[in-house]
Design a binder for this molecule. Structure first.
Ligand SMILES: [Zn+2]
Ligand SMILES: [Zn+2]
Length: 109
């Protein structure tokens, strides 16, 4: 196959070396055929750039979801741990007078 000279003569589609480029991607500047370019926000972009731009648009949502789930889990565990720690501390520091009802007076009950 001797397709190399043809590529040098005229810009060809990056995805289809045998097809002549119809447009250049406004994002990466590479030549592409009519099939490989898509219009995005009024500009011609190639398939991979189109996908990349769409992913960037959707990314914050997914990232927030990925961050928020472990964060909520960690907060839940921390809250649970804190509550059990507090309860344990209160129970440990509770003297026998707790059973006599004096403890409640301390808290203002
Ligand atoms: Zn591109
Ligand atoms: Zn193409």
């Amino acid at each position: 196959m001797s397709a190399a000279p043809a590529i040098l003569q005229q810009p060809h589609c990056l995805n289809h070396p045998r097809r002549e480029a119809a447009a250049r991607c406004t994002s990466c500047g590479q030549p592409f055929c009519r099939e490989c370019v898509t219009e995005l926000d009024g500009r011609m972009v190639c398939g991979s750039c189109h996908r990349a731009k769409l992913e960037v648009k959707e990314k914050p949502k997914r990232d927030w979801f990925l961050i928020s789930v472990p964060l909520q889990l960690a907060l839940g565990i921390l809250l649970l741990w804190g509550t059990s720690w507090f309860l344990g501390k209160v129970l440990l520091s509770t003297p026998s007078e707790f059973h006599e009802g004096i403890m409640w007076q301390r808290f203002g009950f």
